[in-house]
Design a binder for this molecule. Structure first.
Ligand SMILES: C[S@@+](CC[C@H](N)C(=O)[O-])C[C@H]1O[C@@H](n2cnc3c(N)ncnc32)[C@H](O)[C@@H]1O
Length: 243
Protein backbone atom coordinates (compact mmCIF):
# COMPACT_ATOMS: atom_id res chain seq x y z
CA UNK A 1 0.00 0.00 0.00
CA UNK A 2 1.65 3.23 -1.02
CA UNK A 3 1.48 6.26 1.24
CA UNK A 4 1.02 8.43 -1.87
CA UNK A 5 -2.23 6.75 -2.90
CA UNK A 6 -4.12 5.55 0.16
CA UNK A 7 -7.31 3.55 -0.38
CA UNK A 8 -10.08 5.91 0.74
CA UNK A 9 -13.87 5.50 0.92
CA UNK A 10 -14.88 8.63 -1.03
CA UNK A 11 -13.03 9.87 -4.11
CA UNK A 12 -14.87 13.21 -4.21
CA UNK A 13 -14.08 14.49 -0.73
CA UNK A 14 -11.14 16.68 0.16
CA UNK A 15 -10.45 14.87 3.44
CA UNK A 16 -7.62 12.61 4.59
CA UNK A 17 -8.15 8.86 5.02
CA UNK A 18 -8.77 9.08 8.79
CA UNK A 19 -11.53 11.68 8.44
CA UNK A 20 -13.12 9.76 5.54
CA UNK A 21 -13.04 6.48 7.47
CA UNK A 22 -14.61 8.15 10.50
CA UNK A 23 -17.33 9.73 8.36
CA UNK A 24 -18.06 6.42 6.62
CA UNK A 25 -18.31 4.34 9.81
CA UNK A 26 -20.44 7.01 11.49
CA UNK A 27 -22.80 6.96 8.52
CA UNK A 28 -23.20 3.15 8.48
CA UNK A 29 -23.07 2.61 12.28
CA UNK A 30 -26.79 1.81 12.63
CA UNK A 31 -26.56 -0.98 10.02
CA UNK A 32 -22.99 -2.17 10.69
CA UNK A 33 -23.76 -5.28 12.78
CA UNK A 34 -26.68 -6.30 10.56
CA UNK A 35 -24.54 -5.99 7.41
CA UNK A 36 -21.71 -8.03 8.96
CA UNK A 37 -24.13 -10.86 9.69
CA UNK A 38 -25.60 -10.78 6.18
CA UNK A 39 -22.36 -10.44 4.21
CA UNK A 40 -20.47 -13.13 6.14
CA UNK A 41 -23.51 -15.37 6.68
CA UNK A 42 -22.79 -15.00 10.42
CA UNK A 43 -19.33 -16.54 10.08
CA UNK A 44 -17.75 -13.34 11.47
CA UNK A 45 -19.05 -14.45 14.88
CA UNK A 46 -17.04 -17.69 14.60
CA UNK A 47 -13.89 -15.83 13.43
CA UNK A 48 -14.01 -13.56 16.50
CA UNK A 49 -14.60 -16.58 18.77
CA UNK A 50 -11.69 -18.51 17.28
CA UNK A 51 -9.32 -15.53 17.61
CA UNK A 52 -10.24 -15.02 21.26
CA UNK A 53 -9.75 -18.72 22.05
CA UNK A 54 -6.24 -18.57 20.62
CA UNK A 55 -5.04 -15.99 23.15
CA UNK A 56 -6.54 -17.63 26.26
CA UNK A 57 -3.09 -19.00 27.16
CA UNK A 58 -1.41 -15.56 27.19
CA UNK A 59 -1.75 -12.93 29.95
CA UNK A 60 -5.00 -11.03 29.37
CA UNK A 61 -5.99 -9.28 32.58
CA UNK A 62 -5.97 -5.84 30.97
CA UNK A 63 -7.00 -5.69 27.32
CA UNK A 64 -7.02 -2.81 24.84
CA UNK A 65 -9.35 -3.38 21.87
CA UNK A 66 -8.42 -0.95 19.11
CA UNK A 67 -10.92 0.15 16.45
CA UNK A 68 -13.52 -1.51 18.66
CA UNK A 69 -16.45 -0.09 16.64
CA UNK A 70 -19.77 -1.44 17.94
CA UNK A 71 -17.89 -3.62 20.43
CA UNK A 72 -18.38 -7.15 19.06
CA UNK A 73 -14.75 -8.16 19.59
CA UNK A 74 -14.59 -6.51 23.03
CA UNK A 75 -17.76 -8.40 24.04
CA UNK A 76 -16.24 -11.71 22.84
CA UNK A 77 -12.99 -10.87 24.70
CA UNK A 78 -15.02 -10.48 27.92
CA UNK A 79 -15.37 -14.30 27.90
CA UNK A 80 -11.68 -14.43 28.91
CA UNK A 81 -12.77 -12.79 32.19
CA UNK A 82 -10.13 -10.03 32.22
CA UNK A 83 -10.21 -7.37 34.97
CA UNK A 84 -10.84 -4.69 32.34
CA UNK A 85 -11.24 -4.14 28.61
CA UNK A 86 -10.78 -0.68 27.12
CA UNK A 87 -12.23 -0.23 23.62
CA UNK A 88 -11.17 2.75 21.53
CA UNK A 89 -12.44 4.06 18.19
CA UNK A 90 -12.55 7.32 16.22
CA UNK A 91 -16.22 6.91 15.17
CA UNK A 92 -18.48 8.18 17.97
CA UNK A 93 -21.67 6.70 16.42
CA UNK A 94 -20.12 3.20 16.35
CA UNK A 95 -19.11 3.63 20.01
CA UNK A 96 -22.63 4.80 20.94
CA UNK A 97 -24.11 1.55 19.60
CA UNK A 98 -21.36 -0.44 21.28
CA UNK A 99 -22.10 1.16 24.66
CA UNK A 100 -25.80 0.27 24.35
CA UNK A 101 -24.94 -3.39 23.59
CA UNK A 102 -22.46 -3.53 26.47
CA UNK A 103 -25.04 -2.14 28.87
CA UNK A 104 -27.69 -4.63 27.66
CA UNK A 105 -25.25 -7.47 28.28
CA UNK A 106 -24.44 -6.23 31.80
CA UNK A 107 -20.79 -5.63 30.85
CA UNK A 108 -20.57 -1.89 31.58
CA UNK A 109 -18.38 -2.54 34.64
CA UNK A 110 -15.97 -4.59 32.53
CA UNK A 111 -15.74 -2.78 29.16
CA UNK A 112 -15.07 0.92 28.81
CA UNK A 113 -15.52 2.53 25.38
CA UNK A 114 -13.51 5.67 24.59
CA UNK A 115 -13.15 7.94 21.58
CA UNK A 116 -9.45 7.86 20.65
CA UNK A 117 -7.11 7.45 17.69
CA UNK A 118 -5.09 4.26 17.26
CA UNK A 119 -2.21 6.29 15.88
CA UNK A 120 -1.94 8.43 19.02
CA UNK A 121 -3.10 6.30 21.94
CA UNK A 122 -3.84 8.20 25.17
CA UNK A 123 -2.16 5.58 27.40
CA UNK A 124 1.29 5.34 29.00
CA UNK A 125 3.90 2.82 27.78
CA UNK A 126 3.61 -0.77 29.05
CA UNK A 127 -0.05 -0.51 30.19
CA UNK A 128 -1.81 -3.59 28.76
CA UNK A 129 -1.34 -7.39 28.74
CA UNK A 130 -3.08 -7.84 25.39
CA UNK A 131 -3.81 -5.44 22.51
CA UNK A 132 -6.37 -6.52 19.91
CA UNK A 133 -8.01 -5.29 16.75
CA UNK A 134 -10.65 -6.99 14.59
CA UNK A 135 -11.08 -5.63 11.06
CA UNK A 136 -9.53 -2.35 12.22
CA UNK A 137 -5.90 -2.11 11.06
CA UNK A 138 -6.79 -2.06 7.34
CA UNK A 139 -8.51 1.27 7.98
CA UNK A 140 -5.57 3.01 9.63
CA UNK A 141 -4.19 6.05 7.82
CA UNK A 142 -0.65 5.13 8.91
CA UNK A 143 -0.35 1.37 9.51
CA UNK A 144 3.16 1.49 10.97
CA UNK A 145 2.19 4.24 13.41
CA UNK A 146 -0.89 2.28 14.54
CA UNK A 147 1.01 -0.98 15.02
CA UNK A 148 3.89 0.81 16.79
CA UNK A 149 1.41 2.45 19.16
CA UNK A 150 -0.12 -0.96 19.94
CA UNK A 151 3.36 -2.21 20.79
CA UNK A 152 4.22 0.85 22.89
CA UNK A 153 1.21 0.46 25.21
CA UNK A 154 1.74 -3.31 25.62
CA UNK A 155 3.67 -4.65 28.61
CA UNK A 156 6.92 -6.46 27.76
CA UNK A 157 6.03 -10.00 26.73
CA UNK A 158 2.43 -8.94 25.98
CA UNK A 159 0.69 -10.14 22.82
CA UNK A 160 -1.01 -8.38 19.96
CA UNK A 161 -3.95 -10.19 18.35
CA UNK A 162 -5.20 -8.98 14.97
CA UNK A 163 -8.09 -10.35 12.97
CA UNK A 164 -8.22 -8.92 9.45
CA UNK A 165 -9.83 -9.60 6.09
CA UNK A 166 -7.50 -11.07 3.46
CA UNK A 167 -7.79 -12.38 -0.08
CA UNK A 168 -7.82 -16.15 -0.71
CA UNK A 169 -4.87 -17.23 -2.86
CA UNK A 170 -6.11 -20.50 -4.36
CA UNK A 171 -8.35 -21.08 -7.37
CA UNK A 172 -11.25 -21.55 -7.85
CA UNK A 173 -12.15 -19.96 -4.52
CA UNK A 174 -10.13 -16.83 -5.33
CA UNK A 175 -12.25 -16.15 -8.42
CA UNK A 176 -15.54 -16.69 -6.58
CA UNK A 177 -14.37 -14.47 -3.74
CA UNK A 178 -13.37 -11.65 -6.14
CA UNK A 179 -16.78 -11.73 -7.81
CA UNK A 180 -18.52 -11.75 -4.42
CA UNK A 181 -16.49 -8.80 -3.10
CA UNK A 182 -16.60 -6.64 -6.23
CA UNK A 183 -20.21 -7.24 -7.29
CA UNK A 184 -22.34 -8.87 -4.60
CA UNK A 185 -21.09 -6.97 -1.52
CA UNK A 186 -21.51 -3.45 -2.96
CA UNK A 187 -24.95 -4.44 -4.35
CA UNK A 188 -26.18 -5.77 -0.98
CA UNK A 189 -24.45 -2.84 0.73
CA UNK A 190 -26.29 -0.40 -1.56
CA UNK A 191 -29.63 -2.09 -0.91
CA UNK A 192 -29.40 -1.99 2.89
CA UNK A 193 -26.73 0.59 3.73
CA UNK A 194 -24.19 2.71 1.82
CA UNK A 195 -22.62 1.01 -1.21
CA UNK A 196 -19.51 3.26 -1.06
CA UNK A 197 -18.65 1.54 2.21
CA UNK A 198 -18.76 -1.93 0.66
CA UNK A 199 -16.92 -0.81 -2.46
CA UNK A 200 -14.24 0.57 -0.09
CA UNK A 201 -14.24 -2.81 1.71
CA UNK A 202 -13.42 -4.59 -1.55
CA UNK A 203 -10.71 -2.13 -2.62
CA UNK A 204 -9.10 -1.89 0.81
CA UNK A 205 -8.87 -5.67 1.31
CA UNK A 206 -7.35 -6.10 -2.17
CA UNK A 207 -4.63 -3.53 -1.42
CA UNK A 208 -3.87 -4.55 2.15
CA UNK A 209 -0.86 -6.77 3.04
CA UNK A 210 -1.81 -10.23 4.25
CA UNK A 211 -0.08 -13.42 5.40
CA UNK A 212 3.73 -13.14 5.33
CA UNK A 213 3.48 -9.52 4.13
CA UNK A 214 1.46 -8.49 7.16
CA UNK A 215 3.83 -10.43 9.43
CA UNK A 216 6.61 -8.27 7.93
CA UNK A 217 4.62 -5.14 8.93
CA UNK A 218 4.42 -6.47 12.51
CA UNK A 219 8.18 -7.05 12.56
CA UNK A 220 8.75 -3.55 11.15
CA UNK A 221 6.73 -2.17 14.07
CA UNK A 222 9.01 -4.04 16.51
CA UNK A 223 7.05 -7.24 17.24
CA UNK A 224 8.61 -10.71 17.40
CA UNK A 225 7.34 -14.32 17.46
CA UNK A 226 4.80 -13.53 14.74
CA UNK A 227 2.49 -16.16 13.33
CA UNK A 228 -0.74 -16.20 11.38
CA UNK A 229 -3.65 -18.52 10.73
CA UNK A 230 -5.82 -18.16 7.61
CA UNK A 231 -9.53 -18.87 8.18
CA UNK A 232 -12.32 -19.86 5.76
CA UNK A 233 -10.03 -20.46 2.71
CA UNK A 234 -8.08 -17.29 3.58
CA UNK A 235 -10.89 -14.68 3.51
CA UNK A 236 -9.81 -13.68 7.01
CA UNK A 237 -6.56 -14.15 8.92
CA UNK A 238 -5.58 -14.13 12.57
CA UNK A 239 -2.17 -12.69 13.46
CA UNK A 240 -0.48 -13.02 16.85
CA UNK A 241 2.85 -11.47 17.85
CA UNK A 242 4.82 -10.61 20.96
CA UNK A 243 6.33 -7.39 22.35
C1 LIG B 1 -14.68 -2.65 10.29
S1 LIG B 1 -14.85 -1.76 11.79
C2 LIG B 1 -14.39 -2.98 13.00
C3 LIG B 1 -15.19 -2.86 14.29
C4 LIG B 1 -15.01 -4.01 15.28
N1 LIG B 1 -13.65 -4.16 15.70
C5 LIG B 1 -15.54 -5.32 14.74
O1 LIG B 1 -14.88 -6.35 14.90
O2 LIG B 1 -16.66 -5.34 14.21
C6 LIG B 1 -13.43 -0.74 11.72
C7 LIG B 1 -13.38 0.33 12.80
O3 LIG B 1 -12.08 0.93 12.78
C8 LIG B 1 -12.23 2.25 13.26
N2 LIG B 1 -11.01 3.01 12.99
C9 LIG B 1 -10.46 3.27 11.78
N3 LIG B 1 -9.34 4.01 11.92
C10 LIG B 1 -9.17 4.20 13.25
C11 LIG B 1 -8.20 4.89 14.02
N4 LIG B 1 -7.19 5.57 13.46
N5 LIG B 1 -8.32 4.86 15.38
C12 LIG B 1 -9.36 4.21 15.96
N6 LIG B 1 -10.33 3.56 15.27
C13 LIG B 1 -10.23 3.56 13.94
C14 LIG B 1 -13.47 2.70 12.52
O4 LIG B 1 -14.02 3.87 13.05
C15 LIG B 1 -14.37 1.46 12.64
O5 LIG B 1 -15.22 1.55 13.74
Amino acid sequence: MSAASPIIPYDNLNLGKKEQVKKMFNSIAGRYDFMNRILTMRIDILWRRKAVNLVKKYPHDSILDIATGTGDFAIELAKLKPAKITGIDIADKMLEIGRQKIEQKGLSGKIEMMEADSENLPFPDNSFDLATSAFGVRNFENLNKGLSEMRRVLKHGGRVLILEASEPQNMPFKKLYKAYMSKVCPAIGGAFSENKAYDYLNRSVAAFPSGKNFEAELVKAGFSDTHYIPLSFGVTSIYIAKK
